[in-house]
Design a protein. Sequence first.
Length: 265
Amino acid sequence: MSKPLSSSGPPPRRVALFVTCLVDLFRPSVGFAAVKLLEEAGCSVEVPPLQVCCGQPAYNSGDRATTRSIARQVIDAFEGYDAVVAPSGSCGGMLSHHYPGLFDDDPAMKARAERLAERSHELISFLVDVLGVTRVAARYDGVATYHDSCSGLRELGVKGQPRRLLGSVSGLRLSEMESPEVCCGFGGTFCVKYPDISNAMVSEKTADIAASGADTLLAGDLGCLMNMAGKLQRDGSAVRVRHVAEVLADMGDSAPIGEAGWNPR
C-alpha cells in the first residue's frame, strides 16, 4: 500500500470523477488510478452514475445540436460538487473551455455551464495546481518519455505538472523526446477523416519516441496513447505504453496499453 501523497493544499473536498468514454470502455485501470490519487490527496471521490460522453466527437464534427443535448446531461450529472476532475486533457478542455459557448442563446444554461467550467480540471493539474501535491509514493523501474497531448497542453497548460510528480517516482528516469509537444496525429475524428496524414504524424512521433531511448511512453490522454501504442506495435517496438496516472498511483504493473490483458474489466 502506498503512503499518502504529500500535499499542502486545502482540506478534503467533494470531487466528482469524469471517467471519460475511453477509460470506461478500454482502460478502466486509469479511472481506478485517478480515484486512488485523489483519495490519497484528501478528497472524497464520487463517480456520478448518470454521466455520459462529454460530447467532443459531435462538437468536432460540427453537430452543435447533439453537443448541446449531451452537455445538458453532463451539467445535470455534475452539479453540486466542489470540483470535477478528468484523467484527460481533451475531455477536461471540453468541459472547461467549450461548454459555455454552446449556450450563448440561453442565459440560464450558459450560467450553469460556466459554473461547471470553473470547477472542471484535468487530473494531474488538479493534484499539483489546486491541491498542492508535490510528490507521490510510487515506484516504476524504467526510462520513460512523456508526450504532451494537444488539448491538455494548449487549452489547460498541462506541461510541468506531470513531470514534477514523475520526478518523485522511485526507479523512474525521464528522457525527453526532441519534440514532446508535437501532435501524435490522433485528434479524435481527425484520424478517421485524414488517415494518411494521421499515420504520417504518428510515424514521426514514434521515431521521436525511439530516439529518446525510453522503454516506456507516458501521456495524460488515452486517445493519444492508444494511437501511439497501435503504431508502436505495428512497428514491432518493445516500448511499453501507459497512462501517467497509473504510474503515479503505483499501478504500473498492469499490462501495457495494447498488449494482451491490457483491458481488464
